[in-house]
Every structure is written in C-alpha cells, then in structure tokens.
Design a protein around this ligand. Structure first.
Ligand SMILES: Nc1nc2c(ncn2[C@@H]2O[C@H](COP(=O)(O)OP(=O)(O)O)[C@@H](O)[C@H]2O)c(=O)[nH]1
Ligand SMILES: [Mg+2]
Ligand SMILES: [Zn+2]
Length: 303
C-alpha cells in the first residue's frame, strides 16, 4: 500500500501523486464506494489516500474541506477540495474594485472552514497617491487590526511576488478572488511553465456553460496550488446569527459588553458594538459587512 495526494479527478478516475513523486491513475474500489459518505463525490483533490493495486482503498481524515451546495433543491453538497493549508485572497482597488463586503464575507467563510487567509492586494502599479493611501488603510485594517498578512503585489513590477513564492513552500494553497484581479497572472509569474490563460475570458467560459471543469493541483515554487474553476469566492455556509459575530473578531471583542446576550448589534439599547462603532473603534466597512450578512440570513429564514 502507498500513500499519496489526489491531484486531479476526472469523473471516475483519480490521479494520485505518491510520496516517491510518481503519479498513478487510480479508481475507487467497489466496497469502498459503499462507505456511505453523504456527498456527490467521496474523494476530492487535496485528499491524502492509500493506494493499493491502482485503487484508492482509504482516505485519511480531512483537516478541512470546502463545499458547494449542488442546488437549492438537493440537500447534497459537492466537495470542491480538501486539506487546504492556506488561501490567497487576491483583491484589487481598481480594475476591478473588490468590494469590502466581498472581502469580509470571504474571511468569514474561511474562518468557519478553519483555513488561514493571506490577502494579496494586486495591481499596486496602477494606483495613484490617493489610491495608495487607501491600500495602506486596507493593510492597516486587515493586517494590524485583524492579523491577516497583507502583501502588496504587481505582476508588472514584480513587487510582492517573491514574498508570495516563499509562502507557497511545502503547502497546499488556493488562489481565490474575483475575476480579473490577476490570479492567473500571478501564478504565471510564479511559474511560467503553467501558462495559464490571462484576460477577460475565463477558462470556464471557453469550455462552455455546462461542462464540468475539474479541479487540479499544480506543483509550483516548491509547493502546491489548487486551480479550481468552481471556486471564485466561496459562498456563506449555513450559519446562525451568533456565529457571524463570533467570526468577526473585531465585533466579537465588543459584543461581550452588550446589555443583552443575544444582541445582534443593529438597534438594541446599550449595545457595546454600536458604541464602539460610534467611537470609530470598529471600521465602518466591517460593520456594514456584518450587518449585510446578518440581514441576508434573516431574509433566507423568512422566505
Ligand atoms: N497593471 C496590472 N495589470 C495586471 C496585474 N495582474 C494582472 N493584470 C491584468 O489584469 C487582467 C486580468 O488578469 P487575470 O490574471 O486573467 O485575472 P484572473 O481572472 O484573476 O485570473 C489581465 O489583463 C492582466 O494582464 C498587475 O499586477 N498590474
Ligand atoms: Mg484566471
Ligand atoms: Zn450589541
């Protein structure tokens, strides 16, 4: 039996990179299939598996995984990838502008999934002075206040690229972010042999709306990166209102002092969060994201 990492899944076949570096094509053994895992796909990229005679006979417990709900109707979920060490959230101030709410929703979900996030603020080469000041403020908020590493980068000048490269070493990483922020461009400068398509047309569009595009693990800069067309951001997973403030550490910090234990920090009396907001101890953008996510939840509940 040998141990390996699932690097690609195309339907019923799984490519597994064994510990000696060789890559084998495997399938799932019959009896293993019956093990009743409630997902449309029991084995995914990022899984560490035991292989015997070209069959996957065991999956090691996952430290995390990210899912996509198959559809509103079905209760089944589709697992996109497992055992992710870190996510690089690529954002830009312009061309395109990444909304704060997108960033905060992303951080919330990653937090719930227990996946560390590194924020890469790309395209700093096109920022004027005012926009650069905004970039510094974003770094102040997310790095100094919230503890996320923030790396300024530019594919054109090479700024930040080495820093990203060093962080990839020996890890399984995911690159996320809105379309057009420069994910493929960054991966290409990190490893030109990848030759990913850059520009407006995403690979998904090229292959047509209804084709399933498969996730794949690339070896790059002494590490591994998952390229998954299905993951741009990741949706908010099912959460209770109380979970949301828990995963906003800046809000949770003050929520302890609210008068009511179940305070939602919207309009309750003696709310320590609203007080902190007024005193500018909580960033307005963060509070707005929190509120918007909370209201979305309420809407879903009453639909
Ligand atoms: N000025 C500038 N343009 C960039 C940078 N990174 C990417 N781009 C451009 O942004 C566009 C989208 O890049 P792409 O890598 O396809 O983004 P993706 O959708 O996130 O994969 C392309 O036209 C790139 O040339 C950068 O650091 N600076
Ligand atoms: Mg791309
Ligand atoms: Zn409150």
């Amino acid at each position: 039996m040998s141990r390996g990492l699932v690097i690609k899944n195309t339907g019923s076949l799984f490519l597994v990179e064994l510990e000696d570096g060789s890559i084998v094509e495997t399938n799932l053994r019959g009896r293993f299939r019956l093990k009743g895992i409630r997902s449309t796909n029991p084995v995914v990229v990022g899984d560490v598996v035991e292989v015997e005679e070209e069959s996957i006979v065991e999956i090691e417990p996952r430290k995390n995984y990210i899912i996509r709900k198959s559809s509103n109707l079905s209760k089944e979920s589709h697992i996109l990838a497992a055992n992710i060490d870190q996510v690089f959230l690529v954002i830009t101030i312009k061309k395109p502008e990444t909304p704060f709410e997108f960033i905060d929703r992303f951080l919330l979900t990653a937090n719930a999934y227990h996946i560390p996030v590194v924020i890469v603020l790309n395209k700093v080469d096109i920022l004027d002075e005012d926009e650069m000041a905004l970039a510094d403020a974003i770094k102040g908020l997310y790095q100094q206040n919230l503890g996320y590493k923030v790396i300024f980068s530019s594919v054109l000048t090479g700024e930040g690229v080495e820093e990203v490269r060093l962080m990839l070493k020996d890890k399984l990483s995911l690159f996320s972010g809105n379309s057009g922020v420069g994910k493929s461009s960054l991966l290409n400068v990190l490893d030109p042999s990848l030759d990913l398509k850059v520009g407006d047309v995403s690979r998904q569009h090229q292959t047509g709306m209804h084709t399933t595009t498969y996730s794949e693990v690339f070896s790059i800069a002494d590490g591994k990166v998952i390229d998954s067309p299905g993951i741009k951001g990741f949706g908010i997973i099912d959460m209770e209102a109380s979970d949301i403030s828990k995963f906003f550490p800046d809000i949770a910090h003050y929520a302890r002092n609210c008068r009511f234990d179940d305070c939602k920090h919207i309009n309750e009396p003696n709310c320590a969060v609203l007080e902190a907001l007024e005193q500018q101890k909580i960033a307005v953008s963060r509070y707005n994201s929190y509120k918007s996510i909370l209201l979305d939840l309420d809407e879903k509940k009453y639909r």
